[in-house]
Ligand binder design. Structure first.
Ligand SMILES: [Zn+2]
Length: 314
């Protein structure tokens, strides 16, 4: 498995490539909208004081942010990225979309803004020749699961129709199922993939922390195999395109999304071994979304440590 991490674009998108190399990434995830209001927080890219509740309900959406008004990237930024990535050993670059996007929103204004933002992010991702754009499907808030799912299908279909096909696939990420977040079951993801169509431009990003928090017992052989069988039964072949490799601070089925360093959380190392050894999942690129910073005792970057822990399991 190619192993990498989410890396900061502070100072310009092309700067992320050097940062990825420094910690030993073979693949890289970035944000293409700046500065993204995001959650969970990466330590060097602090979001504004927006709350999860605001993101889910759309309260405060757009007020005073650059996010919704993001323009296509400057040619100079694209050129700098292209030369940095082509001179690098880092491959499989992907982006994570803004956490402000809520394709399931019952509020028309937020729904329309979400589609527009997704279009811009897909265009940006294509202009950088990225392989994928990971998006959380959305929260239905005061509507219902079925209405939310229908909105997600409509939003993603429209976005893909508005953007010319390029390198970038739209990757729906499984979620922990916090609040009214959709995409925490494989059934919901299958419904979305089915409804959206565009099968060559759509895929799934499987996050280990989210799967566990959503109730998939991936840390036991039986639980992992059950989830894998469900994937095979419900999803089209090759639907899973990428992995987010995160341990979880919160227990099985907690439906709370808190990432932990690999092997130091509730999931533990076995699940990562199962993933790495899997005949399908083990061939996909895997990205860390764990906290940045330096280990207090060893002085090592946490990304270096987490990547080493994973490589030792291979
Ligand atoms: Zn993730």
């Amino acid at each position: 498995m190619l192993l990498g991490s989410h890396v900061s674009c502070q100072g310009g998108i092309s700067k992320a490539v050097g940062r990825a190399e420094e910690v030993g990434c073979e693949c890289i995830q970035i944000f293409v909208s700046n500065p993204p209001r995001q959650w969970p927080v990466f330590s060097d890219e602090k979001p504004d004081s927006v709350t999860v509740q605001e993101l889910q309900t759309g309260a405060n959406s757009g007020s005073g942010t650059q996010q919704w008004r993001a323009k296509p990237l400057a040619t100079s930024a694209i050129e700098a990225w292209n030369s940095a990535i082509s001179a690098s050993t880092v491959s499989h670059p992907i982006a994570h979309a803004s956490y402000l996007i809520n394709m399931a929103s019952p509020k028309d204004e937020l729904f329309r803004k979400s589609i527009d933002a997704l279009v811009i992010e897909l265009e940006r991702a294509n202009s950088l020749s990225l392989n994928g754009l990971v998006v959380h499907p959305g929260s239905f808030t005061e509507s219902s699961e079925s209405e939310g799912l229908a909105r997600i299908v409509d939003a993603a279909s429209e976005a893909l129709e508005r953007v010319a096909a390029g390198t970038c696939k739209l990757l729906l990420e499984n979620t922990a199922g916090q609040g009214s977040c959709l995409g925490h079951t494989l059934e919901q993801l299958a419904y979305m993939v089915d409804g959206i169509g565009h099968s060559d431009r759509i895929g799934i990003c499987l996050d280990t922390c989210h799967a566990y928090a959503a109730g998939y017992e991936i840390n036991t052989r039986q639980g992992f195999d059950e989830m894998r069988k469900k994937m095979d039964d419900l999803l089209p072949e090759n639907a899973i395109a990428t992995l987010h490799l995160n341990d979880s601070k919160k227990p099985l089925g907690s439906r709370v999304d808190r990432h932990e360093h690999i092997g130091l959380g509730e999931i533990g190392l076995d699940a990562f071994r199962f993933v790495l050894e899997d005949s399908v999942l083990g061939k996909l690129p895997g990205y860390l979304e764990t906290e940045k910073g330096i280990h207090e005792e060893t002085g090592e970057e946490w990304d270096v440590i987490n990547l080493r822990v994973l490589r030792e399991l291979q």
